[in-house]
Design a protein around this ligand. Sequence first.
Ligand SMILES: [Zn+2]
Length: 190
Amino acid sequence: MLNSCGPCGVRNLPHAEACASCGLPLEPRMPREEWEALSPQLRADHEKASGESVLGRRRWLENLRARRGIHTASGALLFGVLMTLMYIAWWRGHAAWLAALCALQFIAGGAAGHLINTKGGGSLKGFVIFESTFLVSFALVVLCGWADFPTDGRLAHFTVRAFWLGSLAATMLGLGFGRYLAFDRYDPSQ
Ligand SMILES: [Zn+2]
């Protein structure tokens, strides 16, 4: 019966007209008179659950801020290692390009980890952030390959395999990372 706030996810009291956490207006799920007619026990249960949700969000925000560095480093390491392994396995160009491109994967992964932290987690956001990070870094890899590979079809072969596998890896990583940081995992009232 609690009234969930769409943007922040906090569960408010059923008659609330504004979110207790982010302050945005809410459509009440029942009029105040109806709320006051509920049994004291039922109201107390709702108040407890809603209070825990507000507190949970505060702790979650503090946790995200405190661990921004860890999440940036985790993004760099996870994305960087996955992509580096893939490119090392399939790259057929010069080693200097490969080293530069692998370093880029760690930087891009760190930026994605930082961004998903500041955006507050969630599987969908994680997917969008990590998948776009992959697409941008992959486009650069292909451009460098274009300049570096001989034109005998090996670049096309590399591009197709790396695109599908990298895309899959970025999707799984983004979904998992986003889910791990999402608020509902921290909401004790759920
Ligand atoms: Zn809210």
